[in-house]
Design a protein around this ligand. Structure first.
Ligand SMILES: *[C@@H]1O[C@H](CO)[C@@H](O)[C@H](O)[C@H]1NC(C)=O
Ligand SMILES: *[C@@H]1O[C@H](CO)[C@@H](O)[C@H](O)[C@H]1NC(C)=O
Ligand SMILES: *[C@@H]1O[C@H](CO)[C@@H](O)[C@H](O)[C@H]1NC(C)=O
Ligand SMILES: *[C@@H]1O[C@H](CO)[C@@H](O)[C@H](O)[C@H]1NC(C)=O
Ligand SMILES: *[C@@H]1O[C@H](CO)[C@@H](O)[C@H](O)[C@H]1NC(C)=O
Ligand SMILES: *[C@@H]1O[C@H](CO)[C@@H](O)[C@H](O)[C@H]1NC(C)=O
Ligand SMILES: *[C@@H]1O[C@H](CO)[C@@H](O)[C@H](O)[C@H]1NC(C)=O
Ligand SMILES: *[C@@H]1O[C@H](CO)[C@@H](O)[C@H](O)[C@H]1NC(C)=O
Ligand SMILES: *[C@@H]1O[C@H](CO)[C@@H](O)[C@H](O)[C@H]1NC(C)=O
Ligand SMILES: *[C@@H]1O[C@H](CO)[C@@H](O)[C@H](O)[C@H]1NC(C)=O
Ligand SMILES: *[C@@H]1O[C@H](CO)[C@@H](O)[C@H](O)[C@H]1NC(C)=O
Length: 744
């Protein structure tokens, strides 16, 4: 019957190149790519980087190749030449053939449904060292379901919406996807909207425990869904669909990160000073206050690496300069800070430009401001005035922004920039900033469909924060005549980002968190998802950003309750890529306009503890340099969820990670040697820590930092954790850690 004859049909290996290996055994791509014509639809599959494929698909009109993406073409490493970039291919066929192509250890094969040999559907396999094949995923098409590549036209133009579905199994684990605040390191089961807002940076890139990585290289808003049998990616508005898949041996996450970062970007080296302690609060309001602050650090002999000026330091939004009434002599101030403490300075900028800004008229005339598809064109409002966000997707607007920042700050010694409210669309809140937020908690309709030079919020909205980081990066590079990718002299701090944001001299932080224990505990998993998404330069507001109005002591520096939370949060921040305090504080008595958030603001009994962690941070500098430099070189992650190091040596890790237990969402390796477990509950004096089974043959590889007692892996131990001690264990000798000799 039909079935038996079909089963005999042959699979064609496409391309002319025979399977060949390079001198170290790498299987070179068997083809430059294939183009499948499936009715009106076209699918182009190319080898890309080591062990990877790029897939582009379009329903009727070929892309130009100049569409917005976030991946290097050609990749930083891997098969070179015209095999890896452009729209090239050497084989074309219709969607009724079974063909296959290999690149390194990954194989793609086309097939049909129901035993049909016709091949409109892609399946990806890893070729194991013994030659067997393991299915990674294939386009999801159960019999007579909607097509796994599904297009629809929902808007007025020719742009389309796309839904692409891939098979998964109930036991697959998904790591990455940017940041949510959900205690989930394994995102299996999650549905995530691709819409940015404060504290949420959804990003369609993940690593699978089956040994592959996936990048949905789309700037559009949309959705990711990780259900039991189907992973689905949706883009609301697109002109081409573009995604990547790379494979590695299951459990080898360093290789996976290396492969992914060869596509999405490697971080430069951060400036050495930025590895120290960063002081910030909402907010130092004038020059005198900043100078007194620097004197406070100098007088107490507490090291500080950067001092930060928060928002509303300008006369009008979009001035991108300090209000001269409050900051009369900026260059003098930054020189004084430098002289007293050695610290750099950073200032906040918002993307919003108000009607009364010095820059509004010119930016409007030049088309540098975003507008909206309907309504009056304003994108949001703040404290009673309407604003329009500058258009970060417009190169001219980026240059205008930078020129203004350079004149007003950079040339006066404030050389680092905090790109706040950078989420795009509106000002990045779940409600509009129209001054009514005390009773309008959230607006039940979409953020405005903003118009940018590069497209609409729906079609390119995820580009906005990335392009905003790019603006500052281009400015730094222009000002210092340095090339992107080389060591940074200055840094930016961004509330949002996207695929490959790690390529900029820019750290991302977890946004406006609340100052309560539950939020502290959620930060840990959030950092670990950031790491799995490729962002190494991640940080949080130590102490939490703002009071939770339902908790009487929250953010109040004069309460013992909050002081304890602050000490726990701050001590944890010692073991983050960047150590930074920030937030809005409450108090019973105050000297400044706003309540204090300095190392000495939390009671005499706590100051020595806080200062000891700041000093420890400086002592760890050689270790920090080592782990940042490895991240720069190969993409080896800095904060490491336990699955990254112990999935192969410890049989319990996979199961713990599957169900997101505290052992896997509250603990991590900081670099190769330190196991960090922040205390996330009040009033404790001891704390349970799961010590993973290591691959080493030492019987007691783990040493408790505070006692030097050693422990075997594969067990939970309860260790003393008075408020002055964060549970930290180390592998190997402390001397090696302190000298940074941790990579052989
Ligand atoms: C061969 O491929 C491997 C990737 O697995 C790469 O590391 C190596 O540099 C390549 N060698 C040559 C000579 O191209
Ligand atoms: C695929 O379709 C084309 C045209 O319809 C036909 O010529 C070709 O034989 C078909 N190939 C297979 C393998 O069925
Ligand atoms: C081949 O290797 C894979 C991966 O290591 C393993 O799962 C499989 O059992 C092996 N098959 C044979 C026939 O050795
Ligand atoms: C600070 O200024 C004083 C007085 O001008 C000078 O003696 C000192 O060397 C400066 N210190 C630093 C660290 O620049
Ligand atoms: C809001 O605007 C009013 C009047 O212009 C001003 O007095 C006040 O300081 C502003 N508040 C904030 C938080 O910007
Ligand atoms: C950086 O310099 C280049 C070349 O002069 C220019 O095109 C670009 O607009 C500049 N970017 C910024 C942000 O200043
Ligand atoms: C600057 O801030 C300090 C401390 O908050 C305050 O005492 C002082 O009056 C302010 N000066 C100006 C000019 O606003
Ligand atoms: C996990 O940790 C949180 C505190 O961060 C705690 O409330 C919860 O009870 C812990 N869960 C388990 C199962 O220990
Ligand atoms: C922590 O201890 C303090 C002082 O003993 C007590 O007032 C407070 O209620 C305790 N908090 C919790 C959450 O147990
Ligand atoms: C541990 O294993 C390594 C490598 O397998 C071996 O060289 C070393 O002698 C072993 N050490 C002990 C104490 O068994
Ligand atoms: C633990 O060992 C280190 C040296 O590795 C030493 O500096 C430290 O004082 C020791 N701590 C205790 C509590 O013995």
């Amino acid at each position: 019957m039909l079935f038996s004859t079909l089963a005999l049909s042959t699979i064609w290996a496409v391309g002319t190149a025979a399977l060949s290996s390079n001198s170290s055994g790498y299987h070179q791509p068997t083809s430059k790519g294939f183009r499948m014509q499936h009715g009106f639809e076209t699918v182009l599959v190319q080898p890309f980087g080591y062990d990877g494929f790029r897939v582009r698909a379009w329903p009727y009109r070929p892309p130009t190749g100049g569409e917005i993406g976030f991946v290097y073409d050609p990749p930083l490493e891997g098969p070179e030449g015209d095999q890896a970039h452009g729209m090239s291919f050497d084989t074309a066929f219709k969607g009724n053939q079974s063909v296959e192509m290999r690149n390194g250890n990954i194989l793609v094969r086309t097939s049909g449904w129901g035993g049909n040999p016709g091949g409109y559907r892609l399946a990806f396999y890893r070729v194991e060292s013994n030659g067997t094949e393991t299915l990674l995923t294939n386009e999801y098409a159960p019999l007579k379901s909607i097509n796994p590549r599904y297009y629809s036209w929902t808007g007025p133009g020719s742009e389309f919406a796309a839904e692409f579905s891939f098979t998964t199994t109930p036991d697959e684990q998904i790591y990455g996807t940017g940041t949510q605040q959900d205690h989930m390191v394994n995102k299996k089961g999650a549905t995530i909207d691709l819409i940015n807002f404060n504290t949420h940076i959804p990003t369609p890139l993940f690593m699978s425990n089956k040994g592959y990585g996936f990048v949905w290289n789309m700037p559009s808003t949309g959705r990711m869904e990780f259900s039991p049998l189907r992973n689905r990616f949706t883009s609301d508005s697109a002109t081409v669909v573009d995604y990547f898949i790379v494979s590695a041996i299951p459990g080898d996450y360093d290789t996976l990160q290396q492969r992914l970062s060869a596509l999405t970007g490697r971080a430069p080296l951060p400036p050495d000073w930025s590895l120290g302690y960063i002081q910030s609060k909402l907010r130092y309001e004038n020059q005198t206050e900043i100078e007194l602050l620097a004197e406070g650090f100098e007088k107490r002999d507490i090291p500080v690496s950067m001092i930060v000026i928060d928002y509303q330091s300008w006369a009008a939004q979009g001035d991108w300069g300090l209000d001269p009434r409050l900051w009369p002599r900026v260059a003098e101030m930054s020189a004084k800070v430098k002289n007293l403490t050695g610290a750099e300075m950073m200032a906040s900028l918002w993307p919003s430009v108000a009607d009364n800004s010095l820059n509004y008229e010119e930016m409007m005339a030049q088309g540098y401001l975003s507008a909206t598809r309907s309504g009056p064109g304003t994108t949001d409002s703040w404290n009673g005035s309407y604003i329009r966000n500058y258009d970060s997707t417009n190169p001219g607007a980026r240059q205008f922004l930078w020129d203004t920042l350079k004149r007003n700050y950079f040339d006066k010694g404030i050389k680092n920039f905090w790109i706040d409210q950078a989420d795009g669309g509106a000002l990045g809140e779940a409600y509009e900033n129209n001054g009514q937020s005390t009773y309008i908690q959230s607006i039940p309709f979409a953020v405005p469909d903003v118009l940018y030079a590069a497209g609409t919020q729906r079609s390119v909205g995820k580009l906005y924060p990335w392009a905003h980081q790019q603006a500052i990066e281009e400015g730094f590079r222009n000002a210092t005549s340095s090339e992107m990718g080389t060591a940074c002299d200055h840094i930016s701090l961004s509330r949002s980002g996207y695929i490959g944001s790690q390529r900029f001299c820019s750290m991302i932080w977890s946004g406006d968190t609340t100052a309560v224990w539950e939020t502290l505990s959620a930060q840990v998993g959030t950092c670990l998802s950031a790491a799995a998404s490729g962002w190494g330069w991640y940080t949080v507001d130590a102490g939490g950003f703002q009071a939770d109005p339902t908790v009487w002591w929250s953010a109040n520096i004069d309460t013992t309750e909050y002081r304890q939370l602050y000490v726990r949060w701050l001590q944890w921040s010692t073991f983050l890529p960047f150590m930074r305090t920030h937030g809005s504080r409450a108090c019973y008595t105050q000297d400044a306009y706003t309540c204090a958030n300095e190392p000495w603001s939390y009671g005499e009994e706590n100051t020595p503890t806080i200062v000891s962690y700041i000093k420890l941070r400086y002592q760890l500098a050689p270790y920090l340099r080592s782990i940042f430099s490895e991240f720069h070189r190969t993409g080896r992650m800095i904060m490491r969820p336990l699955f990254m190091d112990f999935q192969s040596s410890d049989t319990h890790i996979a199961e713990m990670t599957r169900s997101n237990t505290n052992e896997t969402t509250q603990q991590y390796m900081f670099g190769p040697r330190l196991l960090v477990t922040p205390v996330t509950l009040p009033n404790v004096t001891e704390w349970p820590v799961y010590l993973p089974q290591t691959a080493s043959n030492e019987t007691k590889p783990w040493t408790y930092w505070w006692t030097n007692q050693t422990y075997a892996g594969g067990q939970t131990v309860t260790v003393p954790a008075p408020v002055e001690h964060i549970p930290v264990f180390h592998l190997g000798s402390r001397e090696d850690i302190m000298s940074g000799q941790v990579f052989s």
